[in-house]
Design a protein around this ligand. Structure first.
Ligand code: ATP
Ligand code: MG
Length: 393
């Protein structure tokens, strides 16, 4: 016998209602999910579009930068932390020669630049062009950006301008020069006329000849100073050992100075060299020694000193314990023809300055009224020992 159990009708109705509710909830959740997917897809598409636009923009920037680098008249080189050239524009290639990219910067320096000449902060290429190099570190990564500029024309212009200035200074001072020459010349002529006297004895002849020689010597050194000043030093150039130069100065100065002087060579100048004209430098330093002797008088103390200012510069100084330079004339002492001495030409320090400039250096002085003076030349050392390291490290 089959026995069927019957589910009460209200239970079935409840079950259907629950089922319906659940179905509706599911449909709602699905709709929410569908909407969310649509929103996310739209956001993704927008992000993709933004990225695509950004990529296009940065490609455009890179392209613009490359064009800019190619168009720049100056050389640009990017050196990485290991000292290797990463980037170089055509102007850099034209200055330094190819290849550049991938090369070690130190090797490029050795290959492209003259090792023993420097024009102040600038360096010379093998073909004679002068190049100024400035560096700036890369932001956020090791390495440097180097900017190179051909400054040969600027150098020539500076030289021409300096020469014009010197010539116009000489023009202005022509009258004073005529006076400077006339005095020793007329003295010499006077002595010559004494020589023509009848019955002159041999002692007088010797004495007068000596005086004539002295006056002519004065004229000779005056004319030599004028020429050095007009040329702006000298164009001849050789490697000069600083210690040897100072020893030469000592030998030249010793007969004038006697025992009251000292030569002080600081150890860091050993092996240092400058490039230029030995005679011009020696002459300039001798002018300083003569000034020191004239300032000190008898019993004065004079020191000739060579010292390093930096890796790339030395100072050659003459120091005395004389009366010092009065403050009110300190800014005039390098002017041609400025003198406070009756017999002076006022060319001594002008020549020193012209020689210093001709060697890409400068003059330096320190003087305390009543406390002596130190006057000298600051000169770049040749070889630029620190050059390679400063740009690759
Ligand atoms: N060591 C020094 N101490 C004090 N004053 C100095 C010293 N050196 C130079 N001067 C001053 O600077 C002036 C200019 O010097 P500079 O050597 O150019 O010419 P000068 O010595 O007068 O003449 P010149 O050297 O042509 O015979 C001097 O007249 C002097 O007043
Ligand atoms: Mg002098």
């Amino acid at each position: 016998m089959n026995q069927t159990s019957t589910v009460p009708e209200e239970d079935l109705t409840d079950a259907f209602r629950v089922f319906n509710d659940l179905s509706e909830q599911l449909i709602d959740s699905f709709t929410v999910l569908e909407n969310r997917v649509a929103t996310l897809s739209a956001e993704l598409a927008a992000t993709r579009e933004a990225r695509r636009r950004e990529a296009a923009k940065s490609a455009q920037l890179t392209d613009r930068l490359a064009k800019l680098l190619a168009a720049l008249p100056g050389g640009v080189i990017v050196v990485d932390g290991a000292g290797c050239v990463q980037e170089a524009n055509p102007a850099a290639g034209e200055l330094l020669g190819e290849p550049l990219r991938g090369e070690i910067w130190r090797d490029v320096i050795g290959r492209a630049f003259q090792s023993d000449t420097a024009a102040g902060p600038d360096v010379y290429l093998h073909d004679g062009r002068a190049v100024s190099i400035s560096t700036c570190p890369m932001a956020g990564e090791p390495g440097q950006i180097l900017l190179l500029q051909d400054v040969s024309e600027t150098h020539q212009l500076h030289e021409r301008l300096a020469r014009h200035k010197r010539l116009s200074a000489m023009g202005e001072m022509a009258a004073s020069l005529a006076h400077q020459i006339r005095t020793p010349l007329s003295t010499a002529l006077l002595y010559v006329s004494h020589l023509a006297r009848p019955n002159i004895d041999s002692g007088d002849v010797t004495m007068i000849t000596e005086r004539i020689r002295d006056r002519l010597g004065h004229l000779d050194s005056l004319v030599r100073d004028m020429l050095v000043f007009a040329r702006g030093g000298s164009s001849e150039s050789a490697e000069i050992d600083v210690s040897e130069l100072m020893q030469d100065l000592r030998d030249a100065a010793e007969p004038m100075l006697g025992a009251d002087f000292e030569l002080d060579l600081q150890p860091e100048v050993a092996g240092r060299a400058v490039r230029g004209n030995r005679d011009a430098l020696l002459g300039a330093l001798q002018n300083l020694v003569v000034n020191a002797i004239q300032a000190c008088g008898a019993g004065g103390r004079i020191e000739i000193r060579a010292t390093a200012i930096s890796d790339e510069e030395v100072a050659l100084l003459v120091c005395d314990n004389g009366p010092g330079i009065p403050e009110d004339i300190q800014d005039r002492i390098f002017e041609p023809f400025f003198t406070t001495r009756g017999a002076g030409t006022g060319l001594g320090l002008a020549v020193v300055q012209a020689v210093a400039h001709a060697h890409q250096g400068s003059v330096w002085f320190e003087s305390t009224p009543g406390g002596g003076s130190s006057i000298g030349l600051c000169l770049p050392t040749s070889g630029r020992a620190g050059f390679g390291t400063s740009v690759t490290q």
